[in-house]
Design a protein around this ligand. Structure first.
Ligand code: PLP
Length: 395
């Protein structure tokens, strides 16, 4: 057979995409499946953003742009950081890429040498450990369970850092848990990181605007400005503006790291789509009132789903702070079901018996749980909760 690189053999394909594929397969065979696996808003991209893209096409903005983004987009990103986060960046500290995912990938490839360790709190976004592995790094997974609201504790961080640690990854609000660090919690993690000047920090702020805590959004640099010179912020328009298909993310951080990411991008994909860049300018600089109705819908669905889940026998769901995911513990339910021994078997059972597709917690590094995406209509959620209740029973 054909020999593939060891690099590829080290990683697994995205398990969330696998669930979506399995659901599609069953649907094609005539089964009625409700998908709660998707990681994207169910809304359309707002009208003024779509219009900006059409106008860009009509103006002929259909050619290569600078590798790291057009001057207009980089200016819009710079203003976003000033306006929303009180952070000042020079243009050589900013890069636009084909999604936050590519920013993260470029970052790992830019800073990791073989054997370098990356602290990854679990539950984590599925791609983090595999991206580390692709860059020949070593993911140091630290478990943060439901009892600590899925958030890394300062003493756990302290314990995880070794002299091989190159990067610590933070994601708040978090996919898959939906919880966000408080300002005090971030400051406490920052206090640990201040003692390790060799360690870089990546904060994945992609769910920044899908947050309903009374405390406003903050990331670790906003609270610990002294970490600014070694922190890379990752963000993008996918979730906030319902723009997953446009593939436009951005990063800001130390100029040498951003320059290295740009160099890698120049030899792989070059600039993100010129059309998407024009759309992102409209998203970041235009009217922000499109965000609130989507946020309201996510919050309403969150409240509904969490309440329904907690009324089911053997299911326990912590309330979230944002995103469009919740991450209930299914340990009791697994115990109660004959022939189901873990969260992966539970997901298989539920798709087969109840016609509900969800992603097992193991995919996010925390077994005994399941991730539920409520980025779908209330009607679908009502049906799905009804089906789950039939399987588990109601208290
Ligand atoms: N980071 C997290 C935590 C995510 O959940 C996602 C998308 O699922 C991404 C990054 C990637 O977003 P993008 O569409 O900008 O590549």
């Amino acid at each position: 057979g054909i020999r593939l690189a060891k690099r590829v053999q080290r990683v697994k394909p995205s398990p969330t995409l696998a669930v979506t594929a399995r659901a599609a397969e069953l649907r094609a065979a005539g089964h009625d499946i409700i998908g709660l696996g998707a990681g994207e808003p169910d809304f359309d991209t707002p009208e003024h953003i779509r219009a900006a893209a059409v106008a860009a096409i009509e103006r002929g903005e259909t050619r290569y742009t600078p590798v790291d983004g057009t001057p207009e987009l980089k200016e819009a990103i710079r203003s976003k950081f000033e306006r929303e986060n009180g952070l000042h960046y020079e243009l050589n500290q900013i890069i636009a890429s084909s999604g936050a995912k590519q920013c993260l990938y470029n970052l790992m490839a830019a800073i990791l040498d073989p054997g370098d360790e990356v602290v990854v709190p679990a539950p984590y976004w599925v791609s983090y450990p595999d991206m580390v592995l692709l860059a020949e790094g070593v993911p140091e997974v630290v478990e943060a369970g439901q009892d600590q609201r899925f958030k890394l504790l300062p003493e756990q961080l302290e314990e995880a850092i070794t002299d091989r640690t190159r990067l610590v990854l933070l994601n708040s609000p978090s996919n898959p848990s939906g919880t966000a660090y408080t300002h005090a919690e971030l400051a406490a993690l920052g206090a640990v990181l201040k003692r390790y000047p060799e360690v870089l920090i990546a904060t994945d702020d992609i769910y920044e605007h899908i947050l309903w805590t009374t405390e406003p959004f903050a990331n670790i640099v906003m609270l610990c400005p002294e970490l600014n010179e070694r922190t890379v912020i990752i963000n993008g328009v996918s979730k906030t503006y319902a723009m997953t298909g446009w593939r436009l993310g951005y990063a800001a951080g130390p100029a040498p790291v951003i320059a290295a990411m740009k160099k890698l991008q120049s030899q792989s994909t070059s600039n993100p789509s010129s059309i998407s860049q024009a759309a992102a300018v409209a998203a970041l600089s235009g009217d922000q009132s499109c965000i609130a109705p989507m946020l309201r819908a996510f919050k309403e669905r969150h409240d509904y789903v969490v309440e329904r889940l907690n009324s089911m026998i053997g299911v326990h769901c912590a309330a979230g702070d944002g995103t469009f995911y919740c991450f209930p513990s299914m340990r009791g339910a697994i115990r109660n079901l004959d022939g189901v021994n873990n969260d992966i078997e539970l997901a298989e059972y539920l798709i087969g018996t109840a016609g509900v597709a969800l992603v097992p917690g193991s995919a996010f590094g925390l077994s005994g749980h399941t991730r539920i995406s409520y980025a779908t209509s209330m009607e679908n959620l009502e049906n799905a909760m009804g089906r789950l209740e039939k399987v588990f029973g109601c208290q």
